[in-house]
Design a protein around this ligand. Structure first.
Ligand SMILES: [Zn+2]
Ligand SMILES: [Zn+2]
Length: 270
């Protein structure tokens, strides 16, 4: 029993994450054009038609902007909460609605728990995916977090979370004050320090892999995000931390049966 997590790309120009189990292939978010999605899936030897459904976190274009395209082009069902579906103008015949904290069952070996997170006038949720007793959290676009989110994410085997900006770079950077305020506010994005603090609360011995996502191209750098986050978790986390940039897919994380991971790592080493 393995769950594979592959980011097709993350950042303000589009986000989508592929979750695969033996019986399901789903995308969390679809912020790419149809052409881009097809191209990125092709790098994994997949076609859009192979995707069982697309699940949307919130209505912002970089997460949901490509949701109606998968409905009209490939008849793929989209799952979203009502507000997000409405804002995106989804086709009701190909849309399934979920409520926060109600388990969503996908096929016979995957469930998703949508957990609300505060973000910018949207009805945004993070997802905790469960398969064969192992859990992966996909958390993006949040200005702060709740105790509820900590409770659901603590001890997940895999955590993907945004690490959007370096505070110093943002403050001294070119953005107007109003935008700086929005990004750092409760409805904005997480700084590298905040992501580190959140991870320090939720990582346990069970946590083996972390992916940092949605790095700002203007206000962050991969090495700064990595070193800042590791500073907060170095004593509790000894697993594999990677960074997903805008042009993926670049790597996969495997949880559950580790033989697949070892094989893939061997391939990369050769
Ligand atoms: Zn975003
Ligand atoms: Zn957003």
């Amino acid at each position: 029993m393995t769950m594979t997590i592959t980011h097709l790309g993350t950042g303000s120009r589009g986000n989508s994450t592929l979750l695969e189990t033996p019986n399901a292939k789903i995308l969390i978010d679809q912020g790419f054009s149809g052409v881009q999605l097809k191209k990125r899936l092709a790098r994994l030897n997949l076609e859009p038609e192979d995707i069982d459904c697309v699940v949307i976190s919130h209505h912002h274009g970089d997460h949901g902007g490509g949701a109606s395209v998968v409905q009209s082009k490939w008849n793929i069902p989209v799952l979203a909460n009502e507000r997000t579906a409405l804002e995106l103008g989804l086709n009701p015949e190909l849309t399934k609605y979920f409520n926060s904290l109600d388990l969503v069952k996908i096929g016979d070996d995957l469930t998703l728990l949508p957990v609300p997170v505060p973000h910018d006038g949207s009805d945004n949720v993070a997802f905790v995916a469960s398969h064969g007793g192992e859990r992966a959290a996909i958390i993006t676009d949040l200005g702060s977090w709740t105790d509820e989110l900590i409770t659901h994410v603590r001890g997940c085997e895999h955590i993907s979370i945004e690490s959007n900006y370096d505070h110093q770079r943002l403050v001294s950077g070119p953005y107007p004050y109003s935008l700086k305020d929005r990004i750092t506010g409760r409805g904005g994005h997480l700084s590298n320090d905040q992501t580190g603090q959140f991870l320090a609360e939720v990582c346990t011995e069970a946590t083996r892999t972390i992916t940092l996502t949605h790095l700002s191209e203007k206000n962050n750098m991969p090495h700064i995000a990595e070193s800042t986050v590791l500073y907060y978790i170095e004593e509790i986390f000894s697993g594999d931390l990677k960074i997903s940039m805008q042009d993926g897919p670049e790597f996969s994380h495997y949880i559950g049966d580790t033989t697949k991971r070892v094989e893939a790592e061997k391939k990369t080493a050769n």
